[in-house]
Write a protein of this length. Structure first.
Length: 131
């Protein structure tokens, strides 16, 4: 964030940090179109995981966890993409997550219907893409 005056972070579990908003707070926001957004996805806490599993069983949804992450991701990416895309300057949208979350949940979503496509980059060159 120190190197990017247009940067913004979307993450849960952070309170009172300038230029960081939660997933809930960012919903419905239209003022982030010209920002470079870094989305930090973390593993769910055990209580949220259990709650989603119960809801998924009740509704007969086999991939309720994946759908939860899809919703979070699609909402966050939509802050500066799609119809909100900025014409004045190019913007970046990055998703930062652990290898564990990628392998257990996020990688699988790539094979089904999803509105956002993820590419693996490196910390040394975050704009690099690989399969």
């Amino acid at each position: 964030m120190a190197d990017n005056e247009n940067g913004l972070v979307i993450a849960d579990g952070v309170d009172g940090v300038e230029l960081v908003v939660t997933f809930q707070k960012m919903k419905g926001q239209n003022g982030f179109a010209s920002r470079d957004i870094s989305i930090i996805l973390t593993c769910l806490n055990p209580e949220k995981f259990a709650e989603l599993n119960v809801i998924g069983q009740w509704l007969g949804m086999k991939d309720v966890i994946g759908r939860y992450y899809d919703d979070q991701l699609n909402q966050a990416v939509g802050r500066n993409r799609g119809f909100r895309h900025c014409d004045q300057r190019p913007t970046a949208t990055r998703v930062i997550t652990s290898a564990r979350l990628w392998h257990q949940v996020l990688r699988r979503r790539q094979y089904g219907y999803c509105r956002t496509q993820l590419y693996i980059g490196s910390l040394e060159n975050p704009d690099a893409q690989s399969d």
